[in-house]
Structures are given as C-alpha cells and as structure tokens.
Design a protein around this ligand. Structure first.
Ligand SMILES: [Zn+2]
Length: 59
C-alpha cells in the first residue's frame, strides 16, 4: 500500500463548529465521499449536519 495518498477529514458541527469526528480516506475516492452528514454532536446534544473539512496529514 502506498502511503501519502490518504487524507484526513474533520467533521464539524455546523451549529457550534465543534469537531465531531475525524476520518481518514483515500484521496482517489474523494468524489464518492459525501461532504455533509448528519452526526451526533455532544455539545448540541442532537443530530446536526456536520460538514467535512479536509486536512492533509502532516508528514
Ligand atoms: Zn454542535
């Protein structure tokens, strides 16, 4: 497996901007990944739309 092609995505609550989850994904599959998901935010204590923000893994 080649390294350096995976990226990290941070899911942030659209209401309070709290990072909910961090996921890693393959950059090549980028277009198949949704950019918004409903996730549970601990701070809001509710399911809220979370937006994905890409973050490159620092090498
Ligand atoms: Zn929230």
């Amino acid at each position: 497996m080649a390294h350096g092609k995976s990226q990290f995505a941070v899911w942030r609550c659209t209401k309070c901007n709290t990072p909910i989850k961090t996921t890693a994904y393959n950059k090549q599959n980028n277009e198949t990944i949704t950019k918004e998901l409903k996730k549970f935010c601990k701070k809001c204590r509710a399911h809220v739309p979370a937006k994905r923000k890409d973050a490159k893994k620092s090498s």
